[in-house]
Design a binder for this molecule. Structure first.
Ligand code: HEC
Ligand code: HEC
Length: 436
């Protein structure tokens, strides 16, 4: 489909949804190479909804009362003003470039360390997320800086990998930060193809757990208002659906109430936040919310022809990946509800990867942390973006090799088998992973 035609359809859909108030400059349709593509055929109605959802994804929200029409109500405190500001063209976020203030696309979720050492999500002083930006007349909840301590990882054959261990400093707006505050820094993951992860049957996730008992994968059961469901989204699989993840993002990261979250994420006693003017009830209207969810459910995972050719040229590497145990967690084939198969390179299960990767409280004590096997499909999109690579939940790994070196806990065996490969074999596997 040509760029002009896509844009035209998008505009028609926008007008139909009463979005015409938005000046055209906010309709930031991505550059043509990144035109979103659905993974299944859409009829005219589906295509119009897809285009509207894409526009909502790219929309910068404005403060209440600023004449933003259907796209106001931002904040008063927030982290970023659009989905695309963090998931630029649905790719992974930038993550920390180096030492200093956290980049604007990083989200620091917060928790409280209980006396038994476990973590309860949320904190009375911040809510669920430490908001680092605010609209005029309000103050951000916190300013956060990251510093990295370098450490050398040495393999038995003498080869070395330089690792960067992040240490965070938080300056709360009230001048103090409690020691029991647990920081959960998170880089925005790529969301290309995320909708397909929603279509993996629960039975297949349970089967993956039974298939590789040594890596002790656990289903991320979550209690929701409609009963128990399987957590699939986020670095710790906290959210069971695209809709719940989208709703949480609006409420927490952008301060926008929406059909699934009537309240935004204010700190418990922050009266200024709790009584701030609103941009409607809810601020994100149901039709826009539904289109945004449908867009994400329908968008395909993409890989450039060059990356696809590199994968196809090296089928032997898939066997190495499986032989050394990477595929026990990063599962190359998962079924979908409609009888298809996808290759997300995840089991959607939670694993303990050891203390090195655990979240910490402000006193520096690690807390028990289980991570969802990160889907590796789409890594080629990150590698080819031309941006510095930032891998793992907090973006600490600057290469695939570094990310592997951080694998501890139940992934220790796989890491050691990777280390035991000859240097040339390791490089061939790294090149193959970079094309996924
Ligand atoms: C300030 C940055 C930021 C903004 C704004 C933001 N996100 Fe995210 N997004 C994140 C982070 C960080 C995560 C990982 C969350 C976690 O680990 O719990 C995430 C996770 C996700 C995921 C889960 C992907 C996966 O496979 O795990 C989806 C889907 C998503 N966001 C969609 C959205 C949508 C839609 C919007 C706009 C309504 C949005 N995000 C706004 C930072 C952001
Ligand atoms: C026990 C399960 C398990 C095994 C085995 C495993 N991984 Fe992982 N992998 C994970 C989890 C969980 C994460 C996310 C950890 C985090 O972000 O803190 C991850 C993250 C990654 C990442 C970073 C992805 C991203 O988006 O940032 C890469 C690359 C990776 N693994 C490659 C490998 C390779 C190569 C192997 C084999 C040598 C391997 N993994 C073995 C569970 C596993």
């Amino acid at each position: 489909m040509s760029r002009r035609r896509a844009l035209g359809l998008g505009m028609a859909a926008l007008a139909a949804a009463g979005w015409a108030l938005a000046p055209p400059s906010t309709l930031r349709i991505a550059d043509s190479a990144r035109e979103p593509t659905p993974w299944h055929a859409l009829d005219a109605h589906g295509q119009a909804r897809f285009d509207l959802g894409h526009a909502v994804f790219n929309t910068s929200w404005l403060p209440a009362g600023s004449g933003g029409g259907r796209r106001d109500g931002l904040g008063p405190q927030f982290v970023a003003t659009s989905c695309d500001a963090c998931h630029n063209s649905r790719r992974r976020g930038r993550g920390p470039a180096g030492d200093g203030p956290l980049p604007p696309d990083m989200v620091v979720q917060v928790g409280q360390r209980a006396t038994d050492g476990s973590v309860v999500r949320g904190h009375p002083q911040f809510g669920q997320v430490a908001n680092t930006a605010a609209i005029e007349g309000f103050s951000p909840e916190a300013r956060i800086e990251v510093h990295h301590r370098q450490r050398t990882y040495t393999r038995a054959d003498g080869s070395r990998v330089l690792l960067h261990m992040p240490v965070y400093r938080l300056h709360g707006s009230e001048g103090f930060a409690p020691e029991d505050l647990v920081l959960m820094p998170r880089v925005p993951p790529a969301v290309l193809g995320s909708g397909l992860l929603e279509r993996i049957p629960v039975a297949a996730i349970a089967e993956a757990a039974a298939h590789a008992p040594a890596v002790r994968g656990r289903i991320a059961w979550r209690e929701t208002s409609t009963g128990r469901s399987v957590g699939r989204f986020g670095w710790q699989a906290t959210e069971p659906s695209i809709a719940s993840q989208t709703s949480a993002a609006f409420a927490r990261e952008m301060g926008l109430s929406n059909p699934l979250h009537a309240a935004i994420d204010c700190a418990a006693f922050d009266h200024a936040c709790l009584s701030a003017p609103t941009g409607g009830d809810p601020e994100v209207a149901a039709d826009l919310f539904a289109a945004l969810v449908a867009f994400q459910q329908d968008e395909a995972m993409r890989r450039t022809p060059a990356a696809a050719a590199r994968l196809a040229r090296n089928p032997g590497q898939a066997r190495v990946f499986a032989r050394i145990g990477c595929a026990d967690c990063h599962r190359p084939a998962m079924p979908t509800l409609d009888g298809g198969t996808i290759a997300p390179y995840t089991d959607l299960l939670l694993h303990d990867l050891g203390r090195g990767l655990a979240d910490r409280d402000l006193a520096g004590r690690p807390v028990p942390s289980l991570w969802r096997t990160a889907p590796l499909w789409g890594l080629s999109v990150s590698v080819e973006s031309g941006r510095a690579l930032r891998l793992l939940h907090d973006g600490r790994a600057r290469s695939i090799e570094e990310a592997i070196a951080w694998h501890g806990g139940v992934a220790t065996g796989a890491r050691m088998r990777f280390d035991a490969l000859a240097a040339g074999e390791r490089q061939a596997l790294l090149d193959w992973i970079a094309a996924l």
